[in-house]
Design a binder for this molecule. Sequence first.
Ligand SMILES: Nc1ncnc2c1ncn2[C@@H]1O[C@H](COP(=O)(O)OP(=O)(O)OP(=O)(O)O)[C@@H](O)[C@H]1O
Length: 364
Amino acid sequence: MSEVVISAKSVGKTFGSGADKVTALDDVSVDIFQNEFFTMLGPSGCGKTTLLRLIGGFEQATSGQILLEGKALNDLPPYKRPINTVFQSYALFPHLTVRQNITFGLEIQGVARKQADDRAEEMLELVRLAQYGDRVPSQLSGGQQQRIALARALAPAPKVLLLDEPLSALDLKLRKEMQVELKRLQTETGITFVFVTHDQEEALAMSDRIAVMKSGEILQIGAPREIYEAPTHRFVADFIGDSNFLVGNLVDNGTGKRAIKLGGGQVIELTQDVSGQRSGEVTVSVRPERLGLVAESKANANQLVGTVSTVIYFGTDTTYQIDLGNDALLTVRMQNGSGAKADFAQGERVGITMSPDSIRVLAD
Ligand SMILES: Nc1ncnc2c1ncn2[C@@H]1O[C@H](COP(=O)(O)OP(=O)(O)OP(=O)(O)O)[C@@H](O)[C@H]1O
């Protein structure tokens, strides 16, 4: 297991007082490991930038502690932390050349001129802009400027690089390229990246682990696949990708296993361990692409059945809306050309196939 680099221990942060008091972070605890691409993901105002700023030393926690390699950072100022930040606005010095932008911080730290120049060349090669050292930032594209900002931040070999929505000023195509680039830089340098974004695809594509935040709290921390396939909260399932939500009663199915009984009496088997959960009304989620359709005549006794209410053809796949009765609707996305029959008509009665492990009982 890797070493923990950054630890947040029961961190709270409020701004203002009295009626103007805002709780930006509420009892947040997380461990971030060495050599990890860690992403904080959540909607605007959920507190992700505040947590990043606490790690960077730009804000002080109201309660709790931030530790670096087990030592409390307390009021250590940003420039004394082995932590660097890359902002959305590249914050390059416009009158300095690209090379000088990179060497500037190193020289302030007391690195000798020759060594700083060598390091700048190394960093320019790392970000694949070796021939641009003599230009000034205005002679570079947005994507190139962002890469220079990265080269500058990586030059002192920080233990942790904080990235606050660094790609949001770039257009979609460039953004996708930079996602690959950032991931490569993190892997090649082995530096821990702590990345903030509200873009779920970006988070899934780049991260080793993601913390999903809402209203100052971390709801779930996990690898992208885990967050996507096994969301713990309705908010997580909804925020990341598309999900079906069904409300039903958690019951014993008679063979010692748990199942969900829908309002209309249909039952969904579970494989998820919900032994700690009391019987009663729960919400379950299932991804549309984890469901399939068969003609009703081919459905097993334990499969859900319903009526196709809408068919939308998207080329690569077709999306069906299935009415299960009792106000329960399911969206099913089937890939076209995958071999499975995927041409069901509106009004057709169908059976719904699903793997039980794709059904998740949610916390709220
Ligand atoms: N300096 C401040 N003074 C007062 N309130 C603040 C301050 N900084 C942040 N907040 C509030 O704290 C909450 C969390 O803000 P934060 O910037 O951490 O959210 P965020 O998830 O990064 O959002 P965004 O994606 O919009 O940047 C918000 O309600 C915000 O208005």
